[in-house]
Design a binder for this molecule. Structure first.
Ligand SMILES: NC(=O)c1ccc[n+]([C@@H]2O[C@H](COP(=O)([O-])OP(=O)(O)OC[C@H]3O[C@@H](n4cnc5c(N)ncnc54)[C@H](OP(=O)(O)O)[C@@H]3O)[C@@H](O)[C@H]2O)c1
Length: 239
């Protein structure tokens, strides 16, 4: 499958890197603003990776180059399927995707929505499924997905940064603290994905009666971590 990525910013480059890791032989063109559009002529899938306010301008330049039956996947936030569809020939499949930057490490989370043929979603799932996990959602939840998994890595980086600071205060080197925190976060996420248990049950398993974990948890509750996280995600979603 020939693929073109339009927009060589942060997410466009991360997706390009993901394709390289999955299959170095795969033909994937990464097109910046001034680059030739010739690669679009035979591309079967086009990933539109520009900012929301740049989408219409980009579509004007790429729409005339698209081959019949091509699939256009837009990762732009707040850009509806209807507005994409209106700017493209009717033979083009249109899908909205909300990935996150860990696609570059093949550990991405991508939400997908489409109202066109089922095979368009299946092709999109094949693309983003190779870069991590995918989930199908209704388009009305796309802004919510932006706040959940699109923005999500930033929330976790803030937590990682603070947690590393705690480790340094306790006497660990930065490198050791970073490893302790990042692998713990990866392990906890792996347990959540692998287990049928609710996170509350997983937390209970770590929390020895009268032990030190409950001391830490009480501080997090006193700091209103739960409501802070809920409010942060709602704010990002504009809810
Ligand atoms: N960053 C994330 O974590 C993330 C995650 C999920 C979804 N997204 C979505 O992805 C989109 C891009 O985000 P980003 O963070 O990658 O932004 P970015 O770093 O600003 O990248 C956008 C890139 O597109 C280029 N561009 C603009 N118009 C173009 C055109 N007509 N043809 C080719 N390239 C063009 C821009 O070039 P100039 O610099 O010259 O304008 C820029 O290099 C946004 O809509 C965002 O909602 C981002």
């Amino acid at each position: 499958m020939k693929i073109a990525i339009v927009g060589n910013g942060k997410i466009g480059r991360a997706i390009h890197e993901a394709f390289r890791r999955v299959d170095p032989q795969q033909r994937v063109s990464l097109l910046g603003r001034g680059d030739s559009r010739e690669a679009l002529l035979d591309a079967e899938s086009i990933l539109l990776c520009v900012k929301p306010q740049q989408v219409q301008g980009a579509l004007e330049t790429i729409a005339p180059k698209l081959r019949t039956g091509a699939l256009l996947v837009s990762v732009a936030a707040k850009t509806t399927l209807a507005s994409l569809r209106a700017a493209l020939p009717p033979t083009i499949g249109v899908v909205r995707a909300m990935p996150n930057l860990p696609v570059g490490e093949l550990a991405g989370m991508t939400a997908l929505a489409s109202e066109s043929a089922a095979e368009d979603l299946e092709r999109s799932e094949a693309i983003f499924g190779a870069m991590g996990r995918t989930v199908r959602i209704e388009e009305r939840l796309m802004d919510a997905a932006t706040a959940m998994n699109g923005c999500g890595p930033a929330y976790l980086y803030l937590i990682v940064e603070a947690w590393i600071d705690a480790g340094i205060k306790l006497g660990f080197s930065y490198e050791t603290a970073r490893m302790l925190v990042a692998q713990t976060m990866l392990g906890a996420a792996t347990s959540v994905l692998a287990s049928e248990e609710h996170p509350a049950a997983l937390k209970t398993a770590v929390t020895t009666p009268a032990g030190c974990t409950i001391e830490g948890l009480m501080q997090l509750e006193d700091g209103r971590l739960r409501s802070t996280i809920v409010r942060a995600v709602l704010a990002a979603a504009g809810a």
